[in-house]
Design a protein around this ligand. Structure first.
Ligand code: NAG
Ligand code: NAG
Length: 447
């Protein structure tokens, strides 16, 4: 990545520091050229017959286009000051790459008061830090962060961007993160769970777009207990508590969140494909009840076909910061407050090569001039085939691992000017949150 990373840093720093410049202690990420960053390895690693390592910390570097490449990279458990404090050090021989350490992230507890409610504003570090350099010198450093208030932090820079011009980190199948059914509370499996952080945790980490797959089961007595978050035909968690996590976040921040009812796999349609109107109406009622005060109504804030939607400033001034899009046109046409179908760029392939070929083309030609939605989402994950699932070939964690680093690299280069929402699985395996913040600031600086 040959852009002037230093300039972007300075921009971010001024946004954060307002009038006083940030002191060395406040800077969480620094480099004169290139970058280092921390990710989390999504598959488990078998160390010995009975020992597995979960959530191994990964160290990444990209010094493409820089005059020189550092000679070593290390893991630290605090701000890197000296190589003597490194937990592990690895030699660097290529201009870009990664190493998987043998240290687990552990609980990944959200820092600075964000574990259960509002904490300190601004980016904050979890324990792992990375540094690169040589001999005595530390040239670049970074930490694994949360970005709970990134839109507000960068507000003076990015608020004039329209929502369709932002770069936004999203999660595919956002609610599929740990079973919460009568029979299961499993948190790791092969082919259903796509995430391992709660909706609250995802928001605190900086995710602002959620792709929800909602199902309806009429065997529950209580009406609201009938709505579930699914992955295709499999029930994962009840819907209402997830909406409450989004509500709690909107209540305590000034962030803008995009919620997308993208697929209704069970209970919303007749066998002939006709929508079951009372089931859709019941969902809309629940969303209005749980999120009502924050809803930015499409009939009030929409800007018309082929445009990029309202600016962040418009939404913040009105204090309406949740945009709810709905995949069914016939329901949208009767409920003009719903945002229209949000196009998903879906390669529907289990091959990483085909995924990137498809996304390169699809992102370059998006948005379509006739698009009704100001937003579009690149689905940056592969899709297992039925045979993959039947024969237990791989897992969603392996699949995410096979593409997440390339997603980071693509967003930093080819997708940099055009991408809007980038939705991934196991998002801690990529750096889309921090990159999309930088890219949004960069786009705004050109307005
Ligand atoms: C972890 O890796 C470090 C070197 O980076 C090594 O010294 C240490 O023995 C390893 N620990 C385990 C448990 O494998
Ligand atoms: C992903 O990135 C690696 C490292 O740059 C590269 O070798 C590999 O071919 C890439 N994979 C795809 C599918 O583009």
């Amino acid at each position: 990545m040959a852009v002037s990373w230093y300039a972007v840093l300075a921009l971010a720093a001024t946004a954060l520091g307002a009038t006083i410049g940030p002191t060395e202690k406040q800077i969480l990420e620094k480099s004169a050229c290139g970058r280092v960053w921390v990710t989390v390895h999504s598959p488990e690693i078998r160390l010995a017959a009975s020992v597995t390592l979960l959530d191994a910390v990964e160290l990444n570097w990209d010094f493409n286009g820089c005059f020189s490449t550092p000679k070593q990279i290390g893991l630290f458990d605090d701000r890197p000051q000296s190589w003597d404090n490194a937990l592990s050090v690895f030699r660097v021989t290529t201009s870009e790459g990664h190493v998987v350490t043998n240290m687990s992230l552990g609980e990944g507890t959200l820092p600075a008061g964000w574990a259960t409610g509002a904490g300190v504003k601004g980016p904050q570090c979890l324990w792992p830090w990375v540094a690169a350099g040589e001999n005595a010198e530390i040239q670049a450093f970074n930490c694994l962060k949360i970005q709970p208030t990134w839109m507000e932090d960068a507000g003076s820079k990015i608020n004039n961007l329209r929502v369709g011009d932002l770069a936004i980190a999203g999660t595919h199948n956002a609610g599929a993160w740990k079973f919460n059914t009568e029979v299961s509370s499993v948190s790791r499996d092969s082919f259903v769970l796509c995430q391992d952080r709660s909706i609250w945790g995802q928001l605190v980490h900086g995710i602002r777009y959620f792709d929800f797959r909602i199902a309806y089961y009429d065997f529950y007595q209580n009406e609201e207990a009938r709505y579930w978050l699914n992955h295709n035909l499999i029930r994962v968690r009840p819907l209402v508590p997830l909406l409450r996590e989004i509500r709690a976040f909107l209540d305590v921040t000034k962030e803008v969140v995009f919620l997308d009812a993208h697929h209704f796999p069970v209970g919303f349609y007749q066998p002939d494909g006709a929508p079951i109107r009372p089931v859709h109406a019941g969902l809309l009622e629940i969303v209005q009840r749980e999120l009502g005060p924050h809803l930015a109504l499409a009939n009030q804030f929409g800007t018309g076909i082929g445009t990029r939607g309202p600016t962040l400033q418009t939404l913040i001034n009105a204090d309406k910061r949740l945009l709810f899009s709905y995949v069914d046109n016939s329901i949208v046409s009767q409920n003009s407050w719903l945002w229209p179908i949000l196009p998903h760029l879906w390669a529907n392939t289990n091959s990483p090569t085909e995924l990137f070929q498809y996304l390169d083309r699809a992102i370059a030609s998006s948005p379509q001039p006739s698009a009704r939605s100001p937003l579009f989402s690149a689905m940056a994950q592969t899709t297992p085939t039925v045979l993959d699932i039947l024969f237990l070939r791989g897992s969603l964690r392996d699949n995410a691992d096979a593409v997440n680093r390339n997603v980071t690299a693509r967003l930093a280069t080819r997708w940099r000017t055009q991408a809007n929402i980038i939705s991934t699985d196991f998002f801690l395996g990529n750096d889309v949150v921090d990159l999309s913040i930088m890219i949004s600031i960069e786009r705004a600086s050109r307005l």
